[in-house]
Ligand binder design. Structure first.
Ligand code: SF4
Ligand code: SF4
Length: 194
């Protein structure tokens, strides 16, 4: 994989006000501190937009409204090459531009929020923040309700697993290790823990 040197979209040092001390007492004024904080937030591509999920609408414009900088994406694909999860980051950014919340949520499902895409983006974007918002919107408003989850919650509340849990708490460490090693796993998740 070829490395692409990231060029910061803005120079944080250039945004820090030169005069941060008041003439009167030599301490930083509240205004200067607030300005510095705002400028640092703007210079940090990983800054997450503030929002209350329950007040958002899962509509086309929501992603771009909260992350207007996504229009700066010029499709260089650097983020995709940097992703250790082999996600199509550039493509879900393109979906985000089109406002397709479901596509962004599905394509970014395996994101581990490592931040490498943001660290590499020459436009100073943070794809993982956009994707996280899409997954939240999708999970809360668009994904079909899970009947299995409701059933499992009922079983837990009813106490169906209490006896098994009590029995596990009494088992020794070696017994727990043995059971863990012998548990049923999906083939894709099989691996050796040495
Ligand atoms: S934050 Fe997510 S999308 Fe970005 S590089 Fe890491 S795993 Fe990939
Ligand atoms: S998000 Fe950044 S790195 Fe990814 S394609 Fe757009 S401009 Fe390139």
């Amino acid at each position: 994989m070829g490395l692409v040197k990231a060029t910061p979209a803005r120079d944080p040092a250039a945004l820090v006000p030169r005069k941060t001390k008041s003439k009167a007492n030599g301490t930083k004024s509240k205004k200067a501190k607030k300005l510095k904080r705002q400028q640092e937030d703007q210079a940090n591509p990983a800054t997450r937009a503030g929002y209350a999920l329950e007040r958002l609408e899962p509509v086309n414009g929501t992603l771009a409204e909260l992350y207007p900088d996504i229009v700066k994406c010029f499709g260089c694909n650097t983020c995709t090459k940097a992703c250790p999860q082999e996600l199509d980051v550039m493509w879900f950014m393109s979906d985000a531009l089109r406002g397709d919340i479901k596509a962004v949520a599905e394509k970014s499902f395996d994101c581990v929020m490592c931040g490498l895409c943001a660290a590499r983006c020459p436009q100073g974007l943070a794809p993982y923040n956009v994707a996280r918002l899409a997954r939240r919107l999708y999970g809360r408003y668009l994904a079909p309700a899970s009947g299995q989850l409701d059933r499992r919650i009922e079983e837990i509340v009813r106490g169906d697993f209490d006896a098994a849990l009590d029995e596990l708490k009494q088992a020794g460490l070696d017994e727990l290790k043995r059971r863990y090693a012998e548990r049923d796993v999906e083939p894709a998740l099989e691996q050796t823990w040495e």
